[in-house]
Design a protein around this ligand. Structure first.
Ligand code: ADP
Ligand code: ZN
Length: 516
């Protein structure tokens, strides 16, 4: 299986996080690797995935017993044979691990560094077919660092004894520590190093509320005529209609999706690679094999499924380092669709809630009130200053205290039993006597007509932002119905306030109403 397929099948992730793909490739290629990644960046995957792709066992050295045990448990839950040798083991556990090793069943063996000194451990490991050594928190080998672990000095000995590639990981990036790691773990032979923050400074980041999606994409493309770009769409059908609309607008554009046969797909890829100024309108099936350095823009006609997927997709632009533009459109329908895709998946409950969390992270970015880059990189563990290269830095949004509006909307939801969609709820807030309102006697509610300060479009923007802040979610059981989440409780109880963006509300009201 390919790394990409394992990523999905075993770990349940749609896309690599920044840097992971390159590191996995280098490790798979048998190179010695030193990777410096921010905490939370997803280091573990960079050795766990290659471990599954090779014969023999991967030895993982980590200083933290609790963390090792967590990782082993997590791997076992994913169906991966993993074990740990630490001082926290019972004698039975240790016996079981050795037996699994002898039987060549283990894919990953976590081992505490002090174990490397214990009697014949190195000799035993030589016998059982180790194919890779992974070192977590590699800066612990640095005598000058505050995390120095004398036992880490034995790792060099282990590597020499086993004569297999070593992949070292740390979040500590200073030059002295790095030099010491190279000295102590690799005997001074320069490993392939990965020291890349997650920032892609040449990419301009922007999001837009979907008002007239086709016009918005056509407008974005028109301002970049003659440049190579990608438009990502949520459905196959849309790739075809949008590509046609772009052609009608005088662009050179083709579509691409997983439903096309292999030859047509290859042809489209080659055409894109070869030709200047071509636009590919595609589903996420497009991009894996594409390595075109001068893609000048990427637009999302629909919201991606997670913040990782977003980062990977916009990351295809501007590989040459020259400025490139991105635009991601999103609306309430996208949020509903993404939520229901997660709810309807057959994944176990923990994975579904993790998927909701990753979608929330993306929605948080979409509804961010300040610098997109700060929000995006913050998710990956970095803490940059405001960037000056995103739509929110270009034009800081006008925010207002939306607590009252949100409480009115929540009240409409709760008083109608969390059984209705935004359209009907807005009718109630506006005091519109529709047939449905009358039939359900919702004109008798205290909330009826309390929201006349906004028009329909403005309320739609409020509901969308509420979904973006995960205050409300569509009910997976009842199509379209909105339910309140626990996140909203403090606002409902008047214990917390919430800021909303006024600009999206204003912008919404200026445009003609569209059906949602
Ligand atoms: P660290 O770099 O701090 O060791 P971890 O390896 O523990 O980080 O990963 C941090 C979190 O990111 C974990 O919850 C992990 O499941 C998640 N994660 C790692 N890779 C991905 C990915 N490609 N897509 C989504 N989530 C990921
Ligand atoms: Zn910014």
């Amino acid at each position: 299986m390919t790394a990409q397929a394992l990523l999905k099948d075993v770990f349940g992730f749609d896309a690599f996080r920044p840097g992971q793909g390159e590191i996995v490739d280098a490790v798979n290629d048998g190179q010695n690797v030193l990777a410096i990644m921010p905490t939370g960046g997803g280091k573990s995957l960079c050795f766990q995935l290659p471990a599954l792709m090779r014969d023999g066992v991967t030895v993982v050295i980590s200083p933290l017993i609790a963390l090792m045990r967590d990782q082993v448990r997590a791997l076992q839950a994913l169906g991966v044979e993993a074990g740990a040798l630490t001082s926290g083991n019972t004698p039975e556990e240790t016996d079981q691990v050795w037996q699994a090793l002898e039987e060549r069943r283990l894919k990953l063996l976590y081992i505490a560094p002090e174990r490397l000194g214990a009697g014949s451990a190195i000799g035993m490991l030589r016998r059982v077919g180790v194919s890779l050594i992974a070192v977590d928190e590699a800066h612990c080998v640095s005598q000058w660092g505050h995390d120095f672990r004398p036992d880490y000095l034995r790792i060099g000995e282990l590597r020499r004894a086993l004569d297999v590639p070593l992949a070292a990981f740390t979040a500590t990036a200073d030059a002295e520590t790095r030099a010491e790691i190279v000295q102590k773990l690799f005997d001074g032979a320069e490993p392939r190093s990965f020291l890349r923050g997650f920032d892609r400074p040449n990419l301009h980041l922007a999001f837009g509320a979907k008002n007239q999606p086709r016009q918005q994409i056509l407008g974005f493309a028109a301002a970049r005529k003659g440049q190579s770009g990608i438009v990502y769409c949520g459905t196959r059908a849309k790739t075809e209609t949008l590509a046609k609309a772009l052609r009608d607008d005088g662009h050179s554009a083709i579509h691409y999706h997983g439903g096309m046969d292999a030859d047509d797909r290859r042809e489209a890829e080659q055409k894109f690679q070869r030709e200047d100024g071509l636009i590919v309108v595609a589903t996420v099936a497009f991009g894996m094999g594409v390595d075109k350095p001068d893609i000048r823009w990427v637009a999302h006609a629909d919201l991606p499924k997670s913040i990782e997927a977003y980062y990977q997709e916009i990351g295809r632009a501007g590989r040459d380092g020259a400025p490139a533009e991105t635009l991601t459109l999103f609306g309430p329908e996208d949020i509903r669709l993404r939520r229901s895709q997660i709810d309807e998946s057959l994944a176990p409950p923990e994975r579904r809630s993790a998927d909701h969390a990753r979608l929330n992270a993306l929605l948080g970015l979409a509804e961010a009130l300040e610098c997109r880059r700060k929000t995006l990189l913050g998710y990956f563990g970095e803490t940059p200053e405001k960037c000056g290269r995103c739509d929110l830095c270009d034009q800081p949004p006008d925010v207002f205290d939306g607590t009252t509006a949100v409480r009115k909307a929540l009240s409409a939801i709760l008083r109608t039993g969390e059984s209705f969609g935004a359209g009907h709820l807005i009718d109630i807030l506006l005091g519109t006597e529709t047939e449905k309102v009358i039939a359900r006697r919702h004109d008798q509610l205290q909330t009826f007509g309390v929201g006349k300060e906004y028009d329909r479009r403005q309320w739609q923007a409020v509901f969308r932002q509420m979904m973006g802040h995960d205050l409300i979610r569509p009910d997976p059981e009842r199509h379209g119905a909105l339910r309140m989440t626990d996140t909203a409780l403090p606002i409902l109880r008047d214990e917390a306030q919430i800021s909303l963006r006024r600009d999206t509300i204003r912008a919404a009201s200026r445009r003609p109403a569209i059906k949602t």
